[in-house]
Design a protein. Structure first.
Length: 303
């Protein structure tokens, strides 16, 4: 699976950079989706590849589309707000010719002055296991369009502090999306068990993504995680069961199979290489695990 950098993105879309943008900034830009679908020599741009991007992207998508995010497929009937992170591969596919909307791309470094020392991935909208695609009403879509219009105007201006203002607009989009999430995901109970659950999820997600056949999961079992968190494995299992309804092993297995699906679908690695990267000593063990989780063999899923 190719990882597209922000430089790759600019190289492919340089003709769309608004006049007056300071190119050495290289960390933020905003686009109208209609511009991406302009016909060139009678042909539309190539479909968006299903890849990880080494930058963040917030998109307002208007039109009939299908979004693929990790191993989820979401049909977008009319309007949607999509938050993409470097952690997870994604794309969206146009299902009709009439497309509109906007998107902005930016790096974590661009947002540092506006985040008071926290990283973007610590914000609720980018938490692991989330579902960062929100269907919008027409009124909600109009609100978001207004924010993007401000971005377009500002990035083309000669205001000395325009990038500070653009950071504010990005944060406003993030907060808008977070308000669309269930309240329980925004205001977790600050108990000892909730903290253990949070630390477990953070530790689990640090193992991913798998980006090389030489990379291998360092933590594979409930015991591995319990030892790293300095708790008894039975206590960790009890806490996670109370907070998520799933056992430690079930959560680990679910995350590993999600990564397995991505690797099977988007790389040309052999089954053996994928098996090794995911911490299985034998290919047969990986095949049995994958079949138990999905009812398909890795070969059948790939085909």
């Amino acid at each position: 699976m190719e990882v597209r950098t922000i430089e790759d993105f600019y190289e492919e879309t340089a003709q769309l950079i608004p006049a007056g943008i300071n190119k050495e900034i290289g960390h933020f830009n905003v686009f109208a989706i209609a511009d991406m679908y302009r016909k060139r020599d009678g042909k539309k741009p190539a479909p968006m590849p299903y890849n990880r991007r080494a930058y963040y992207k917030i998109s307002l998508i208007c039109g009939h589309n299908r979004a693929e995010y990790a191993d989820k497929v979401i049909d977008i009937e009319k309007n949607a707000l999509l938050f993409a992170t470097p952690r997870i591969p994604y794309n969206y596919t146009s299902l009709e010719d009439d497309q509109s909307g906007h998107f902005c791309v930016f790096t974590d470094e661009f947002m540092i002055p506006a985040k008071s020392g926290i990283t973007l991935d610590e914000l609720p909208i980018y938490q692991p296991g989330g579902y960062p695609v929100f269907q919008l009403s027409d009124d909600e879509a109009d609100e978001i369009k207004g924010l993007f219009r401000k971005m377009h105007r500002e990035i083309a201006s000669d205001y000395a502090y325009k990038y500070d203002l653009l950071r504010t607009y990005v944060l406003e989009l993030i907060h808008y999306g977070q308000k669309l999430q269930p309240a329980t995901s925004l205001y977790p109970t600050h108990t000892a068990s909730a903290r253990i659950s949070s630390l477990f999820v953070e530790l689990l997600e640090r193992q991913f993504p798998i980006e090389s056949t030489r990379q291998q999961l360092g933590l594979r079992t409930a015991k591995d995680y319990a030892e790293r968190l300095s708790v008894h494995v039975n206590h960790l299992n009890k806490v996670l069961k109370e907070n998520t309804g799933k056992t430690t092993t079930e959560i680990i297995g679910s995350r590993i199979v999600q990564e397995a699906k991505i690797l099977l679908r988007q790389t040309d690695w052999t089954i053996s290489e994928i098996s090794y990267s995911l911490g299985f000593e034998e290919v047969a063990h990986f095949s049995n695990f994958f079949r138990k989780q999905t009812t398909l063999s890795p070969v059948a899923f790939r085909s």
